[in-house]
Write a protein that binds this ligand. Structure first.
Ligand code: ADP
Ligand code: MG
Length: 870
């Protein structure tokens, strides 16, 4: 800085404390940025860069944003991964002696955002804290905006993979790790570096066990963590404590929204790997990553953001326990079959808004009058929801009733206190309702009705003194006074004080009038400060009860989710699946939940699927491109997943023998941005499936081995199928390699299916029906014709195909890929992979011995011997 004014020194001191944040320095109606901060921020926010000391030699770059629009600018910074330290003026500049006192009141980081405009209301906004150790990993996910703090631990062989998987699932906005992570745990550091700017190294000591434990104790205001079931969970404590510490640091202490810690125990929940989540388009579509076209987009008919967030969690974490799944189904069935019940629950929920986040915000410094109003309004919907909940006669309904709390006292308080048109900011007052506080009402009525109040007082004083022509008057010198005729002045009440005599009259002041005068003159100021006092009091009283509102937000969210699933099931014609621990998956007339509603040109054709661990272990689905293979196998996976998350399913009927994992390997997508080729990604995903699948898993494989040459591809696909067959996982394997249908000849439990097509004059018509038996050809050329390739190309391709089929592939036109089952394992007979016939062999084959003379034969023999190198 060129000019070291005291204010700039103040600025520099604060900047030094927050070196990695952009400092928004409040000056009057603006937040100003200086120096390097200004250069970076002006670019990031797209605002003009000026300079502070114009004309001076070393100019200080500077930019600023108006305080009333700060949220918009903050949003731009946070979206780009910046941190912003907000520095406020802590006293009125007009009253300040010397330099205005300033303080950083809060550091906004991507993982510590609470402004509704910066949040996706259907997703949590997680700060993740990662505590690595030799034993495993602790992970904390904290959402400041809802007050959720969730911890879990990963240990054992697959700890790193499981941990990374969970981290990916929660979609953290910011990940904090100890600053020595690169040395302490290189593999983890390497894996996390894919998160780029989201990854944030912070002081390592906050992850230390003792510090972390203390942070949690302080945060939760308890003396022991045992009440949360955390004893012995050192890694979880380290991560949870670090998250609490970090958030308290950024919020300068005030993080009252987080008042409990939840242990996330992944047992009982299905793990879905990132590839499967992506391939099945569970929460994002593959096209542009948006919600529409995803399963979440389809099923999310929730009325509240809480419900939306729960649904998202459920989709990404289906259940494994038959009992737990049936409980959800029973409650969905309740809403499904009683539409009046569903409607009334959904109507009550519709006005509830984001109770969870409102409650969270009330416990933070940014709480505004409108937040208190909104909290009261949300709570006001609970009695109507209670009506509905009392009619849900299921185990889950019982759990709701056990937790139920109308939070009536808090609701009444807020309803009495908060004016329905409360402004967003507290500073101008005007948010307390009439009738809540007598003193405030008086002050307000003084402002608006001072004349009427005076008249009232005049009447009172008349009555008290018994003097009929007493008057209250005003002049600039004396202010307000009571005037009485001189001849009656000796009989005035004793508390009247004589102020002045004028001809024929005496002027008095009474304590009440004095009070009224003060009141009138200061009414506005006093009303405002009283209102702010009342606001602080209301906030404090609300925060004390906030955990009750948070509990009800969780209950309401769950009611919402299950009611929505019932509603959607009815609207989309779903049925309740039968879920058990048996091996069978049997779907009758199953449909693809998203495609069936995508407005296809054709009617969606339902299909059956049958998988078990006996004769129907592995189905190979062949058929031309575009026939419907991918659709069929995905719909089976989606139906199982929907069933296990508690939803009804798009099928005439479905039996689901619970799957411990659902794996998919679908399509070919490039991850070039991650420096991996399509084929490498495909093989990675396949490796993960082969290593993770068990006999209870469901595997859906689509086009394994497409990213390489045909022979490579077929070989890999074949070997993968054999391996899976050995594992015993229930598998649907779609491939355009019709050669794979030969697997069924050699392995028991393998079935061939294909998608029916009808050939008609060189054209094909897709029938979309899955039928027994493999496809005998690929119809690639016919599909190419449908796609509009020029006629010449189609014709020429046909010629080439004929030649290839005649020459390259063995006499029958089929490469034989049979692995005969023999004692001690399969015996391979892969004719296709035998060395290519030599030139000599080829020539021998072509010889027509009967048409040769003996001399010709001898000459040929000598020539061949020479060719063979003899
Ligand atoms: P494949 O994997 O065999 O190449 P897809 O499963 O990708 O084929 O299906 C191609 C298209 O065919 C889909 O996008 C859809 O429009 C249509 N389709 C697939 N299955 C059905 C079905 N059962 N009913 C109606 N249309 C379908
Ligand atoms: Mg396909």
């Amino acid at each position: 800085m060129s000019i070291q004014t005291p204010m700039m020194r103040q600025y520099m001191a604060m900047k030094k404390e927050h070196p990695d944040a952009i400092l928004f320095f409040r000056m009057g109606d603006f937040y100003e940025m200086f120096g390097e901060d200004a250069v970076v921020a002006s670019k990031a926010m797209n605002i003009a860069l000026t300079s502070r000391d114009k004309g001076a030699e070393n100019q200080t770059p500077m930019c600023g944003v108006p305080f009333h629009a700060v949220e918009t600018y903050l949003a731009r910074m946070i979206k780009q991964g910046f941190k912003v330290a907000i520095c406020e003026q802590m006293e009125d500049p007009k009253l300040a002696k010397g330099i205005v006192k300033r303080e950083v009141i809060r550091v906004v980081t991507p993982g510590a955002v609470v402004e509704p405009s910066m949040l996706d209301d259907r997703s949590h906004n997680f700060l993740a804290a990662v505590a690595p150790s030799k034993r495993g990993f602790g992970l904390a996910a904290a959402d400041l905006s809802t007050g959720l703090l969730r911890v879990c631990e990963f240990a054992g062989e697959a700890a790193l993979a499981d941990f990374l998987n969970e981290l990916d699932r929660i979609e953290p906005r910011q990940i904090i790790v100890p600053d020595n992570l690169d040395e302490a745990h290189p593999p983890l550091f390497k894996a996390l570096s894919a998160y780029g700017k989201t990854l944030d190294k912070v002081d390592g000591w906050i992850f230390g066990y003792e510090t972390a434990r203390q942070s949690l104790l302080e945060q939760l205001k308890v003396l022991s963590l045992d009440g949360f079931g955390l004893e012995g969970m050192d890694l979880a404590i380290m991560a949870g404590g670090a998250a609490a510490h970090y958030l308290r640091d950024t919020q300068k202490g005030a993080v009252k929204s987080i008042n409990r810690v939840v242990i996330h125990n992944p047992t009982g929940l299905m793990t879905l790997d990132p590839a499967t989540r992506r391939n099945l388009e569970l929460t994002k579509n593959l096209m542009d990553g948006g919600r529409s076209g995803s399963l979440l987009g389809l099923l999310d008919d929730t009325m509240t953001p809480m419900g939306g967030r729960i649904l998202k969690e459920w989709i990404l974490k289906p259940l494994l326990s038959v009992e737990a799944i049936r409980e959800r189904h029973a409650t969905v069935r309740r809403f499904f079959s009683d539409t009046a019940l569903a409607d009334s629950a959904r109507f009550a929920l519709s006005g509830m808004g984001d109770l969870e986040r409102t409650a969270g915000r009330v416990a933070l410094p940014i709480c505004s009058p409108r937040d208190l109003l909104a909290l009261g309004q949300s709570l006001a919907k609970l009695p109507a929801l209670r009506e509905a909940v009392w009619r849900v006669d299921t185990a889950i309904g019982d759990a709701w009733r056990a937790l139920w709390d109308d939070v009536a006292d808090l609701r009444d308080l807020l309803e009495r206190a908060m004016s329905p048109d409360a402004p967003a900011a507290a500073r101008d007052g005007g948010f307390i309702k009439h009738g809540y506080n007598e003193r405030l009402d008086d002050l307000k009525s003084i402002q608006t009705d001072s004349r009427r109040t005076l008249l009232k007082l005049e009447e009172e004083e008349k009555a008290r003194s018994g003097i009929a022509n007493v008057k209250i008057k005003y002049n600039k010198v004396f202010g307000y006074f009571i005037e009485a005729p001189r001849r009656l002045a000796d009989n005035v009440p004793s508390d009247w004080m004589r102020k002045q005599s004028v001809s024929n009259a005496e002027r008095f002041i009474s304590p009440k009038l004095k009070e009224l005068e003060d009141a009138i003159l200061n009414a506005e100021e006093r009303a405002l400060s009283l209102e702010l006092e009342l606001f602080e009091d209301l906030k404090a009283r609300t925060v004390e009860q906030i955990h009750r509102a948070q509990t009800m937000a969780a209950v309401a969210g769950e009611v919402d989710t299950l009611a929505a699933l019932g509603h959607v099931a009815r609207r989309n014609g779903y049925t309740e699946p039968e879920v058990d621990d048996a091996d069978i998956i049997e779907i009758k007339d199953g449909r693809h939940p998203i495609l069936e509603r995508a407005g296809l040109d054709e009617r969606f054709v339902p299909n059956d699927a049958l998988l078990d661990r006996g004769d129907n272990r592995l189905s190979i689905i062949t058929g031309p491109n575009m026939a419907g293979k991918s659709t069929f196998i995905r719909q089976a996976a989606l139906i199982c997943l929907m069933g296990q998350m508690g939803s009804f399913v798009p099928a005439a009927s479905a039996k689901i023998g619970v799957c411990d994992r659902i794996f998919t390997r679908v399509g070919a997508q490039d991850h070039l941005q991650r420096g991996q080729s399509t084929f490498m990604v495909e093989m990675n995903e396949t490796a993960m499936i082969l290593n993770g699948a068990t006999a209870r898993s469901l595997i859906v494989l689509d086009e394994i081995g497409r990213g390489t040459s045909t022979f490579d591809g077929i070989s890999i696909a074949w070997a993968v199928a054999e391996y899976i067959h050995n594992v015993g996982a229930r598998t649907l394997f779609a491939t355009h390699y019709h050669e794979l249908s030969e697997l069924a000849d050699s392995l028991s439990g393998v079935r061939n299916l294909s998608v029916a097509v009808r050939e008609w004059n060189d054209e094909i018509i897709f029938l979309r029906k899955i039928i027994e038996g493999g496809a005998d050809k690929s119809y690639g050329i016919q599909v190419a014709r449908l796609a509009g390739l020029p006629k010449e190309v189609i014709q020429r391709a046909g010629e080439i195909l004929t030649q290839l089929e005649a020459n390259e592939i063995d006499a029958s036109g089929h490469p034989k890929l049979k692995a005969k089952e023999a004692e001690g394992g399969p015996l391979y007979q892969l004719s296709m992979f035998a060395p290519a016939a030599s030139e000599v062999e080829e020539e021998l084959k072509k010889l027509d011995v009967n048409a040769m003379t003996p001399i010709e034969a001898l000459t040929k023999l000598a020539e061949l011997k020479k060719k063979a190198g003899g």
